[in-house]
Write a protein that binds this ligand. Structure first.
Ligand code: DCP
Ligand code: MG
Ligand code: MG
Length: 635
């Protein structure tokens, strides 16, 4: 029952107040500046002063800030970029190896500063670090009487490791911007949150400086109390800078900084609110008929709907949101989750750092793949890449001390490769094209179908070369899997094939350190993996089927987190048919702004014009799908 003086317009606020913001954590978000371009500059420093664009297909996937100063921008057509800036240096960026390696190296570097290993990567160029433990440790060491001369300890064991700083102020920018008079005014420095944010900001600055001095990379950084807020606040000052979201984080009347900060964002900019959800929210606020999207273009138009517009809309709250957004296929509690995001609340934890990916997947898309012979050839290409990636990502060069059998006293260091993890499953997925309709048109279908089988042991052999293993994998496992996936002899027409090593089991987690001994591992692997078996029994080959799952969204470390997913551009359904699958037309291109989302809640709610990538969960329009698939394929 509402108090008698409550008006309907009060409800949103009151509901908002009931949300308790978790303020225990201090989290830093890093986004490397012009990442691919920076990787190329790191290899060829003379390019730093030049306008530099990285090309994939006909598109500038990114460009350095010198190029941006001259009017170039991300996801611009190459032809346009050349027109705008004729002396632009264009470097091909289709082979992702160098970017992947740089990303791993930078991640390992940042991670080496973490105490709790809560260090999570998104795409190639973003990292969250939960530094709560480091900050809290340093808060306990503070001398209240001399905050200006503080030493930040970076190690619990070595008190000399660290840096001097002034804990009475923030490092870098703040939101809201603090004027010089305000900066000099007495503040409640003993507000524990403020102090912890100060420390977080100094740690962030230190890490940024280290990234530059040791690795040669600049990044844009945000500091706050959850993943959502620190990611968003970092964007306030780009590039090569940092922003801390200042307290107060809570208030009775919505006048806190979290509310005012998040309120100004267009709803589509909120990570976690996917394309479709944003559309539904806009529709609700604009009170357009359900088919409003046929006439509405958002992004750069008057139809911008801010978080504030939604948050303060009549009768808004988790229940209303559940009603607007819920439905078949929507996860229960979507209303509460989105209401949280609109209020700057995000209780997802920064993921624990992993040494190995949870899955490795390789794919390619094809204009037309119809004959088994061609498929076999492509499977071989994919298998080679898969095995190479398994070697790169799952093998460790280990200096094992071994006792010579002839001379017990002679201990030699023998460098031996060992598997850090074993994928227990191999999965083959395809995306068949629907048959042509009588009128020659073709229905759109982007569902994948897949079959899985136990990963055959021989792939872990280090004696045989990759070529031999790949051929054997195709012949003994993938072709039989393919036949089961497509029992019909012909007639299928595939636009995509994906081969994935999944179900990763850490070698270190196995008793007796099996991972240190390949021979033992090969013998024991079957036993070890039994507990994870999910296959039908019956049949004796290694291709016992798993139930087909199409369009499944998986929790995947490498695809989901290594690859930034292109966002859905604002697009009219009619326009979506103009562009080819791969190259956006210039009109589409204009509004194809990159933004990152780390998850979308609107699974299974895609309309005909949008597509959700099975690998990374990104939602995008159909025209972007081909390019996106190839982007994954090169991993
Ligand atoms: N990328 C890509 N295709 C996309 C989006 C991004 O290949 N559709 C790649 C190129 C980028 C990298 O991912 O260098 C990181 O994406 P960002 O959106 O963070 O862009 P940048 O790091 O290049 O630039 P910024 O300085 O704006 O962060
Ligand atoms: Mg990024
Ligand atoms: Mg970036």
């Amino acid at each position: 029952m509402l108090p008698c003086n409550t008006t309907p317009m009060d409800i949103p606020r009151r509901r908002g107040q009931r949300l308790k913001r978790q303020l225990d954590s201090i989290i830093i978000h890093f986004d490397y500046d012009a990442f691919y371009a920076s990787v190329i500059e790191a290899e060829t420093p003379s390019l730093r002063a030049r306008p530099l664009a990285v090309q994939q297909k006909q598109i500038v996937v990114t460009c350095n800030y010198e190029a941006r100063r001259r009017g170039l921008y991300k996801l611009q057509l190459i032809t346009e970029a050349k027109k705008t800036c004729p002396d632009v240096v264009i470097v091909l960026g289709e082979d992702l190896t160098r970017f992947r390696n740089a990303s791993k190296e930078l991640y390992a570097f940042l991670r080496s500063f973490s105490w709790n290993s809560r260090c999570e990567r998104l795409g190639f160029d973003e990292v969250w670090m939960d530094v709560t433990d480091i900050v809290d440790y340093n808060v306990r060491l503070l001398n209240q009487n001399d905050l200006a001369n503080t030493f930040f300890c970076l190690s619990k064991t070595d008190p000399t490791e660290g840096f001097a700083f002034d804990a009475s102020g923030v490092a870098g920018h703040t939101y809201p911007e603090v004027t010089s008079t305000e900066a000099d005014a007495p503040r409640d420095l003993w507000d524990p949150l403020r102090l912890r944010l100060h420390l977080g900001s100094h740690l962030a600055q230190h890490l940024r400086q280290k990234l530059v001095s040791k690795k040669g990379y600049t990044c844009t950084v945000g500091v706050s109390t959850n993943k959502l807020l620190c990611k968003l606040v970092g964007n306030v000052h780009k590039p090569s800078d940092q922003t801390t979201l200042l307290p107060p984080y809570t208030s009775e009347d919505g006048c806190d900084n979290v509310t005012s900060f998040i309120d100004e964002h267009e709803v589509g900019k909120i990570p976690g609110i996917g394309f479709k959800l944003a559309q539904k929210l806009r529709a609700h606020v604009l009170q357009q008929p359900a088919d409003f999207d046929s006439g509405l273009v958002y992004g750069g138009t008057n139809e911008k709907v801010l978080v504030r517009d939604i948050r303060t809309f009549s009768d808004m709250g988790p229940e209303t949101l559940e009603r607007i957004l819920g439905g078949p296929g929507t996860p229960h509690g979507i209303g509460a989750k989105v209401w949280g995001l609109l209020n700057g609340c995000d209780d997802t934890e920064v993921g624990q750092a992993r040494d190995v990916p949870t899955q490795i997947s390789i794919e390619d898309s094809y204009v037309r793949l119809v004959a088994l012979e061609e498929v076999t050839k492509e499977l071989l290409v994919l298998s080679r890449s898969l095995l190479r990636r398994m070697h790169a990502d799952l093998l460790d060069d280990d200096e094992d001390l071994q006792v010579s059998p002839n001379d017990g006293a002679n201990i030699a260091a023998i460098s031996e490769k060992r598997w850090l993890a074993f994928p227990k499953t191999i999965r083959l997925s395809t995306r068949p094209r629907p048959p042509q309709n009588p009128d020659g048109s073709r229905n759109r279908s982007f569902a994948r179908i897949s079959r899985s089988a136990p990963m055959p042991n021989f792939v872990f052999s280090l004696k045989d070369g990759i070529e031999v293993l790949a051929e054997r994998l195709v012949k003994e496992t993938l072709v039989p899997l393919f036949r089961k996936l497509h029992p019909e002899k012909s007639g299928w027409n595939l636009s995509l094939v994906n081969v994935a090593a999944t179900g990763m089991v850490d070698a270190a987690s196995e008793k007796g350190g099996v991972g240190r001994d390949i021979g033992k591992m090969l013998k024991r692997q079957g036993d070890v993996l039994k507990q994870w078996k999910v296959y039908d029994t019956g049949g004796q080959d290694q291709t016992k089927e798993e139930v087909d799952v199409s369009m499944q969204v998986q929790d995947v470390w490498d695809e989901k987190n290594l690859e930034p997913s292109p966002p859905p551009p604002p697009i009219r359904p009619s326009e979506s048919r103009i562009g080819s699958e791969d190259i956006p037309t210039p009109s589409q291109e204009l509004s194809f702004l990159p933004e990152d989302r780390w998850e979308s809640e609107d699974e299974d709610m895609l309309d005909d014009d949008s597509y959700r990538c099975e690998e990374c969960g990104g939602v995008m329009p159909i025209f972007a799908m081909g390019a996106h698939a190839r982007w994954h394929a090169q991993n």
